[in-house]
Write a protein that binds this ligand. Sequence first.
Ligand SMILES: Cc1cc2nc3c(=O)[nH]c(=O)nc-3n(C[C@H](O)[C@H](O)[C@H](O)COP(=O)(O)OP(=O)(O)OC[C@H]3O[C@@H](n4cnc5c(N)ncnc54)[C@H](O)[C@@H]3O)c2cc1C
Length: 397
Amino acid sequence: MDFTFTEKEEKFRGELRGWLEVNLPKGWLQGDRKLPEDNEHYSKSLRDWQRTLYEGGWAAISWPKEYGGRDATLMEEIIYHQEMVRVKSPPLVNYIGIHMVAPTLMQMGTDAQKDEFIGKILTGEQVWSQGYSEPGAGSDLTALQTTAVKKDGKWVINGQKVWTSFAHLADRCFLLTKTSQSEKKHEGITVFLLDMDQEGVETRPIVQMDGHQEFNEVYLTDAIATDEDIVGEEGKGWAVLIALMLHERSGIAAQVFTLEQQFDSVIEMAKTIRVNGTPLIEDPFVEDGLADLHARINGAKLNYYRNITHTLKNGKPGAESSLDKLLVSELTKEVFDFAMTIQGHAGVLTHDDALFDGEMQRQYLASFGATIGGGTSEVQRNTIGERILGLPKDLGR
Ligand SMILES: Cc1cc2nc3c(=O)[nH]c(=O)nc-3n(C[C@H](O)[C@H](O)[C@H](O)COP(=O)(O)OP(=O)(O)OC[C@H]3O[C@@H](n4cnc5c(N)ncnc54)[C@H](O)[C@@H]3O)c2cc1C
């Protein structure tokens, strides 16, 4: 693959840079990046940001033009990620809607579903969550217990979901249920587009160890859905889920640019902290560790580019995105682990008491979740072994 961007691609970068300078929230580029802490204002400020992105034509650049996207090429998407990371842009509150639910609906949804949901996902009017995991079904989703039973023409849903990201802010949930029992584990699963604003849906927040509250338990007690809410065919939800997960893994993989930026912030920290008057970065142990991480992050980026080339040739992401996901999430953990180590005793402080307001500490704690969410590292290794290296199948499955 040719790593230099074409003139047209650089023009695209310039257009985005110019737009960001004018449209990022006031003071953002100067470092004033505090978002409100309480749910209501946090949600509102992020929905406002998505609306701004939408109005500028930057909310979903990879979507086809007919749905309000830009038909962006994969290279333009890469540039988009790089620029958003460069300015540390506010998070996309409807990441699940934009990058996973809508592309899956474009592929497999009915015309009515496309009309009803895609526009609202784009503007941020409707925020989505995804409800797969349950207390006894995480890596093995076929063990799910949530049932949907048809009564008087409606589906009645009962069960419990867990680790449901953004459920506390979401209007709808891409929900996995069992609609019939079958000998074959992957059969009898049905995906519903569940309206979360109803009595039978109760969301209980789970506070993460980094202090944030991004995921939840969701209790479903006689929640109601209709036939019109089913994606694809009743009982054939596994195929829908696989389509959605390929979108998820390739999205996570693009976080290699976030990783680079996080690594740069650790370098900045090492330049700023002084021990006995000498900047930490001049310590041979620190230099060594940074060099090692730099080489491996670069390796992960080149691997990502190689997989992008593969996607360009095949038209869709493949099992290789598991390799990217594994490398990026494990390296993120190592980068912040190193940031903690070089802070020495000061590393145990948090929040305002810590260096850089405890940002490294927060990121260190959050980095553990990245190796679990979207499929654990062990499960990615299984996929790599079976589907890329052609090793025998995992005996546990
Ligand atoms: C930050 C974050 C966000 C998340 N967001 C969502 C969300 O929005 N919606 C949602 O539905 N879920 C979400 N999850 C849940 C996530 O998908 C699950 O936690 C994950 O799939 C693992 O499932 P589990 O927790 O049940 O662990 P288990 O599957 O019980 O795994 C326990 C351990 O066993 C290992 N293991 C399991 N099976 C195998 C195997 N075959 N081979 C080798 N090792 C194995 C695992 O790697 C792990 O170490 C999120 C999780 C995190 C951390």
